[in-house]
Design a protein. Structure first.
Ligand code: PBG
Ligand code: ZN
Length: 325
């Protein structure tokens, strides 16, 4: 027998053949871009730990929205920073809340843009936890009642989709019922189904001023060591009516994305979170890695693991590169 019959390198000879056999493609169609919207006027504030990402007031949001539209990014995910926080996060269900005003502004001026609202309380509560406190922990069922008010208010403002991120039990069912009862049967739910208690959220908490004032989120977000539990969370959310399920963070949880993709037949979203973004930016700035290449490799790996949708702060940069081809 002559020396190897099989020479896999034949199919790596040049870029043409590599293009032909490439298994995974990232596209602008995959991206959701997160936006931080702050109450106030004339605000465009760069988040120190997230270079290139800003907090905007509504009156300056067009600077960002024009660019997103031009790049043809299909959707944005909104996070609000209210001027007033309180014990329960009541800004979240006020029709004059920061998110409600932002949604109305975007749908009026950029009707083609798909608007998804993050549904939680941590940016709106004084204590920074994701719901109503009782005995130093978040009370699940009281929080569900407020969540229902929040989603109906988002829908009334014109949100296209809602994305509950608080990891409360039964939240998808509660939201589905509340939306249906209010006549919003067509609004889908993208559930943060497998959301881990991750240290990769650090820069986001700076950005959204949502660091818990005491303790941490480990009584509601998942233990990073668990995989089977993610499958259970996803199964429950689908039963309760989730249209899209999400894994968060993405990069340290590619095995979870893969497992969910292989076990369920709904679209899977992955949240490429703030800490993942910041690490690439920091190492790039130091000249320790080729930032653009690492970014594209990261996004490709999330897609290859099985994600249909990638929520990423890199969306604009990646879209620019993909557009130029
Ligand atoms: C809060 C929420 C978090 C993120 C989005 N919504 C994190 C948290 O503080 O638990 C993180 C996003 C990121 O890190 O980019 N419900
Ligand atoms: Zn929260």
């Amino acid at each position: 027998m002559p020396f190897p019959i099989h020479r896999p390198r034949r199919l790596r000879k040049n870029e043409n053949i590599r293009r032909l056999i490439r298994e995974t493609h990232i596209s602008i169609d995959d991206f959701i871009y997160p936006l931080f919207i702050e109450d106030g006027q004339n605000i465009k504030l760069e988040i120190p730990s997230m270079p290139g990402i800003f907090r905007y007031s509504i009156d300056r949001l067009s600077e960002e929205l024009d660019e997103i539209s031009k790049l043809n990014i299909p959707a944005v995910l909104l996070f609000g920073i209210p001027s007033q926080k309180d014990a329960v996060g009541s800004d979240t269900w006020s029709d004059e809340g920061i998110i409600q005003r932002a949604v109305r502004f975007i749908k009026e001026n950029y009707p083609h843009l798909y608007v998804i609202t993050d549904v939680c309380f941590c940016e709106y509560t004084e204590h920074g936890h994701c719901g109503v406190l009782c005995n130093h922990d978040v009370d699940n069922d009281q929080t569900l009642e407020n969540t229902k008010k929040q989603v109906v208010s988002h829908a009334k403002a014109g949100a296209d989709m809602v994305a509950p991120s608080g990891m409360m039990d039964g939240v998808v069912k509660a939201i589905r019922e509340a939306l249906d009862e209010a006549g919003f049967t067509d609004i889908p739910i993208m559930s943060y189904s497998a959301k881990y208690a991750s240290s990769y959220y650090g820069p986001f908490r700076d950005a959204a001023q949502s660091t818990p004032a005491f303790g941490d989120r480990r009584t509601y977000q998942m233990d990073p060591a668990n995989k089977r539990e993610a499958l259970k969370e996803v199964a429950l959310d689908i039963e309760e009516g989730a249209d899209i399920v999400m894994v968060k963070p993405a990069l340290a949880y590619l095995d979870i994305i893969c497992e969910i993709r292989n076990n369920f037949n709904v679209p899977v979203a992955a949240y490429n979170v703030s800490g993942e973004y910041s690490m690439v930016k920091a190492a790039g700035k130091l000249g320790w890695i080729d930032e653009k290449k690492v970014m594209l490799e990261t996004l490709t790996s999330i897609k290859r693991a099985g994600a249909d949708i990638i929520i990423t702060y890199h969306a604009k940069e990646a879209a620019k590169i993909l557009k130029e081809g």
